[in-house]
Ligand binder design. Structure first.
Ligand code: 3PG
Length: 209
């Protein structure tokens, strides 16, 4: 299951990060992602609506829904019980990692240093989030870290945008880039979602060029 999710994310190269403040637009969000064949979403625990959004988005089985900004075992448990199929943390959080491993749910812990990566690897984890990517040295840091950690792949997030995402996508050490730039609630609300759809399509076109 874990490997299958990594492989699918790697094919698309984009992991949209979404913070729900209004559940009205979840259907539209799902439609836009499905239409563009981006069948993933990371719903963050940065709003009170996270669990409900995970539950609703998981219902149709069109998307593989994950939980992001997971900092406690309770959040991981709530997310998984409501449909989350993967978990992303901003740091290496032992109680989150141990719980996800126990539940056989893929977990991407947040790392920024060799020490963080080493700790994640001690749990057998081979794909880590690299966060905040722009502040911790971006691609230069990922390339340097990939020397000793040649068997690890990265999911960079934080400060990645339409302008710089392609340099990350083209790097072999990267599974995919994550971020709020891929789809946002504010764009979805506009023009029946047309602007959000076009914006996502243009990112995909760049990847597939
Ligand atoms: C994360 O939690 O992965 C980051 O906060 C995403 O950063 P972004 O909003 O700059 O994409």
């Amino acid at each position: 299951m874990g490997n299958e999710i990594y492989r699918k994310i790697e094919q698309v190269k984009l992991l949209p990060l979404y913070t729900a403040t209004d559940l009205t637009y979840l259907d539209r969000l799902e439609d836009i992602l499905v239409k563009n064949n981006v069948r993933f979403i990371e719903v963050t625990f940065r709003s009170d609506l996270a669990i409900e959004a995970i539950k609703k988005l998981s219902q149709s089985n069109e998307l593989i829904v994950g939980a992001g900004t997971v900092r406690t075992q309770k959040e991981a448990k709530d997310a998984i019980e409501n449909g989350a199929k993967f978990v992303v943390s901003p740091a290496v959080v032992p109680e989150v990692i141990e719980y996800c491993i126990e539940q056989d749910v893929p977990v991407f812990p947040g790392t920024a240093t060799p020490g963080d990566i080493q700790r994640a690897m001690e749990y057998g984890i081979k794909v880590v989030k690299f966060f905040p990517a722009d502040i911790y040295g971006g691609l230069k840091a990922i390339n340097a870290l990939s020397g000793p950690f040649y068997d690890v792949k990265f999911l960079p997030t934080g400060g990645i945008n339409e302008e710089n995402f392609m340099e990350y996508v083209q790097n072999d050490h990267i599974v995919a880039v994550g971020g709020s730039f891929i789809i946002s609630e504010s764009l979805i609300k506009k023009d029946d979602g047309e602007t959000a759809d076009k914006a996502l399509k243009s990112l995909i076109d760049k990847i597939n060029l």
